[in-house]
Design a protein around this ligand. Structure first.
Ligand code: FES
Ligand code: FE2
Length: 430
């Protein structure tokens, strides 16, 4: 349970809020590279942390990220012309480069005037099929954090964005909640559940395919430099062996979920207090297609997902497309992992009041998310370094493995320790 005040601290991300102060210390995904498909393509409106921006790709292929409203008199640049090395406002023709240089001001043609001005442009990077921007105080600009998926071959990687109309923390908490996997995702986690029979799901791409039908995993948590890692230990049919699923939480909203042959890196980026852009990046050692992932997630139906604007479209208007007849065989009457997760997030309302909940030991990792975020908010408010900021995250991973009694679960992912040690030696040098 959280007090309403603390709930607001963690959930609200607008300018000037404590949570927004934390968020503004980090680089954020702002769109997929595919949403700006070619030079001089249509610009994109982007909402991030309660503020509006425009992203565009100039003639040379460089991405620019500016405040949405033109610095002259506030027309939206998302309606502008993208041409000849910049974005041009429709209203009076002022033109801006990707770095924010004012290139032309046709209704005030004095070149010295344009040279004196600078449009509000923000640092941008394009990595791993995602456009990232930094909108925080420029004097605190952190090193760019690399993830393992950025080194994957493009054919071995799929990047998806799904806009969901609820607060980011609901979606984050769903991701750090191992005990829901065997229940909400029953169809994929425990095939044969209807007949109390268990045969592991053979789909090596499915992150909800569990190796055990144990519904009451024991959780163990360890703090790390990037946030924390936790393990969910489930009984198996072999004596002395448990199934161990290790998942990291990366401040402020990241996680990695293991599937047998792929990793799912998931980033829940707040658009504002009641809207989130979920970025899911799947990568592994073998080729994978977007069609396969879209189907697995249940998004291969326009009633659930608009592939053009990346919006999750299911709603209460048709009870999220839930099929009660199907529920005789199918646990949720819904379809696919993401449809189930996003539907549950939406069902909690736009911004859930956690002063009303009743937690149990299986919710320990969810509680830890809040604690780590609260500490990070405090550090950011004191101008100190929050967890994960500026770290190289390529060693952060996840796994689903068998663990013999007496073995150390932390040894399953030694790179997490190394990330901790790298941070400690960096701290010592400071
Ligand atoms: S408002 Fe953009 S040029 Fe005037
Ligand atoms: Fe889930």
């Amino acid at each position: 349970m959280l007090s309403r005040e603390d709930n607001d601290v963690l959930c609200r991300v607008g300018p000037g809020t404590p949570g927004g102060t934390l968020m503004r210390r980090f680089w954020h995904p702002v769109c997929t590279s595919a949403q700006l498909p070619h030079p001089d393509c249509a610009p994109l409106r982007v909402r991030l942390l309660g503020e509006d921006y425009v992203a565009f790709r100039d003639t040379a292929g460089q991405v620019g990220f500016l405040e949405e409203l033109c610095m002259h008199r506030g027309a939206s640049l998302a309606l502008g012309r993208v041409e000849e090395g910049g974005i041009r406002c429709l209203y009076h023709g002022w033109k801006f480069s990707a770095s924010g240089a004012v290139l032309e001001t046709p209704n005030h043609a004095d070149p010295k005037y344009a040279a004196r001005m600078k449009a509000p442009a923000f640092p941008v990077r394009e990595e791993g099929g995602i456009v990232w921007a930094y909108v925080g105080p420029i004097e605190l600009l952190p090193a760019f954090s690399r993830y393992a998926f950025m080194d994957a071959e493009p054919a071995h990687r799929v990047v998806l964005r799904i806009n969901v109309s609820c607060n980011y923390l609901q979606l984050v908490e769903g991701g750090e909640d191992s005990s829901h996997v065997g229940v909400l995702h029953t169809n994929m986690a425990r095939p044969g559940w209807k007949d109390n029979d268990f045969t592991p799901n053979p789909d090596v791409v499915n992150p909800a395919a569990l190796a055990s039908k144990d519904l009451e995993p024991a959780l163990k948590i360890e703090e790390t430099a990037f946030g924390f890692q936790y393990v969910a230990l489930r009984k198996t049919h072999k004596p002395g062996v448990r199934n161990a699923r290790v998942v990291p939480f990366i401040v402020p909203y990241g996680r990695i979920i293991p599937a047998p042959a792929f990793l799912f890196t998931v980033l829940e980026v707040p658009q504002d207090d009641t809207h989130t852009s979920t970025y899911i990046v799947v990568h592994g050692e073998t080729p994978i297609t977007e069609e396969k992932i879209i189907e697995l997630l249940g998004l291969n139906d326009p009633r659930y997902y608009n592939r053009k604007d990346c919006t999750f479209t299911a709603s209460w208007a048709d009870t999220f497309g839930q099929n009660r007849e199907l529920m005789k065989e199918n646990w949720t009457g819904l379809r696919g992992v993401e449809v189930e997760d996003a539907t549950i997030g939406l069902s909690q309302g736009p911004l859930y009041d956690r002063s009303r909940e009743h937690l149990v030991p299986a919710d320990q990792a969810v509680v830890r998310v809040r604690r780590v975020l609260m500490e990070s908010v405090k550090r950011a408010m004191e101008d100190k370094q929050p967890a994960a900021l500026g770290l190289d995250l390529r060693g952060v991973s996840a796994c689903d493995a068998q663990l013999e009694d007496g073995a150390n679960w932390q040894d399953l992912l030694p790179s997490h320790r190394q990330t901790v040690e790298a941070q400690e030696s960096a701290d010592a040098r400071r």
